[in-house]
Design a protein around this ligand. Structure first.
Ligand SMILES: Cc1cc2nc3c(=O)[nH]c(=O)nc-3n(C[C@H](O)[C@H](O)[C@H](O)COP(=O)(O)OP(=O)(O)OC[C@H]3O[C@@H](n4cnc5c(N)ncnc54)[C@H](O)[C@@H]3O)c2cc1C
Ligand code: SF4
Ligand code: SF4
Ligand code: SF4
Length: 416
């Protein structure tokens, strides 16, 4: 039966939970808001299936892609709503046109993230855009298997460890399955996001209450949309935008954040100003397993890997319009076949060029040495001291060493 040695060796893919024939593994949030499996030993029959499907126990060898492309969706409106070049939407539309089913990560009613599926084009929009928190996978692997057995084409997209979990869960290759992993820095804690969002809401409530002295009709705004990668200021200087429906009927012009320009924007902060994005990218609130990822470098066995092509300005400057360019790694013959059916704007590039600006393709994060300080302060005071910890945890020296390390890795790759 599954027995997690430590929290670094479980990515929360839930393959074990879905594979258990006795339904005796529950999946519960720990004190950091990440889910882990717990076995009911009384009901367990010791069949070992949960171990057979675990991506940590059954890691594959790394694989280099067969082809590498820089690619963009020709529809600029969709590209601007996507996190990179909008290639996911093209693949998803193709599968739906073929009568297939598309799985991906979308917001639930509480603005947390879950995996789900759609069989219609209108449903793709909910999967569009990166959501920076770990998605709940639910029983989607079981649903995928059912659709595959029916003979339907299925596209499953998710983080590399979710793809690894799905493939192990299925335990056989299906020709009607297309798997896409997104290159993944790591997943932030749903608890951190929940707390952050509640703080934003109560901050807005406070502001509204002040305004309601002159206008008693103003109430707490209801969130209508969240974009973790809004391109209002461009793809590279991305911002987090939270939109809200104002319940104020008379005064539609409330400004709840210093950078707001629209009446319905609750928060609009660029990466360099936003606390949540900074805590995420400084590796303070990631799932511990992201420091020992079992599925990067093609180990998950996906057909296609998609990412931001951060090196585009250096390697293909004529492509760099700051609206987003995707890096597409084509890993399998099936992936080649699907990519050949699309009509994106694309050009071939090299693995080295793609990797150079995007070390997350191969490298797990290095856990911030202030992680435990962050969590204990968060438990006591919420985000009160987060700024202080951020200042301490990203001193100039570590940033300098990080850059040197990236250059070193790039040169090493180039020479091998
Ligand atoms: C947590 C996280 C970390 C990332 N880190 C990197 C990185 O370090 N380097 C990099 O190049 N790219 C990273 N990305 C991926 C990148 O931001 C783009 O999402 C990806 O390149 C696809 O872009 P697109 O424009 O083709 O489509 P988009 O429409 O932007 O992408 C949507 C796709 O992302 C999936 N998705 C969105 N949120 C989640 C989630 N929480 N869990 C699982 N799947 C999700 C959807 O199911 C869909 O397949 C990350 C994404 C996430 C969610
Ligand atoms: S050993 Fe079998 S029955 Fe026991 S938890 Fe694992 S899958 Fe379930
Ligand atoms: S990594 Fe996945 S399969 Fe392995 S124990 Fe964790 S949730 Fe279960
Ligand atoms: S870094 Fe690896 S372990 Fe962490 S969520 Fe991404 S794919 Fe999973």
């Amino acid at each position: 039966m599954i027995n997690i040695r430590d929290k670094y060796s479980c990515c929360g893919c839930a393959a074990c939970v879905q594979a258990c024939p006795k339904d005796c593994i529950s999946f519960e949030e720990d004190e950091q808001g990440f889910r882990y499996p717990f076995v009911d030993k009384i009901r367990c029959i010791d069949c070992g299936l949960c171990e057979k499907v675990c991506p940590f126990i059954n890691q594959s060898e790394p694989l280099k892609p067969q082809k590498v492309y820089a690619a963009k969706n020709p529809n600029d409106e969709i590209r601007l709503k996507s996190s990179s070049g909008g290639i996911f939407t093209m693949l998803a539309e193709f599968i739906i046109d073929e009568g297939g089913v598309v799985f991906g990560a979308r917001f639930d009613k509480n603005w947390e993230v879950e995996h789900g599926y759609t069989q219609i084009k209108e449903g793709i929009e909910a999967f569009r855009g990166s959501k920076y928190l770990q998605s709940r996978i639910g029983n989607t692997y079981v649903q995928v298997r059912d659709f595959l057995i029916e003979g339907r084409k299925v596209l499953f997209s998710g983080t590399s460890c979710q793809i690894a979990g799905l493939k192990l869960f299925l335990r056989k290759d299906y020709d009607n399955l297309l798997t896409i992993d997104i290159v993944c820095h790591g997943v932030p804690s749903p608890l951190i996001w929940r707390t952050y969002l509640n703080d934003i809401k109560s901050r807005s409530k406070g502001l509204n209450e002040k305004k309601s002295v002159s206008n008693p009709l103003i109430e707490v705004p209801v969130i209508t949309g969240i974009s973790f990668r809004d391109k209002l200021y461009g793809w590279k200087k991305y911002s987090i935008v939270i939109r809200a429906e104002s319940t104020c009927k008379e005064n539609k012009n409330i400004l709840l954040s210093s950078m707001n320009t629209h009446e319905d924007i609750l928060l609009n902060e660029t990466l360099d100003k936003n606390l949540f994005l900074q805590v995420f990218l400084n590796n303070l609130c990631l799932r511990p397993s992201c420091a020992a990822c079992p599925a990067k470098s093609g180990k998950c066995g996906s057909d296609l890997t998609i990412a931001d092509y951060w090196g585009v300005a250096s390697h293909h400057p004529e492509w760099d319009d700051d609206k987003g360019t995707s890096l597409v790694l084509v890993n399998t013959i099936r992936g080649c076949r699907f990519f050949d059916n699309l009509h994106p704007i694309y050009t071939e590039t090299t693995y080295f060029e793609g990797f150079f600006g995007n070390p997350s393709i191969e490298n797990s994060i290095t856990e911030n040495r202030y992680v435990s300080v962050f969590w204990s302060s968060f438990r006591k005071e919420g985000f009160k001291y987060a700024n202080k910890i951020l200042r301490k945890s990203s001193p100039l020296l570590s940033r300098f060493l990080f850059k040197i390390n990236r250059i070193y890795i790039g040169i090493k790759r180039f020479l091998t």
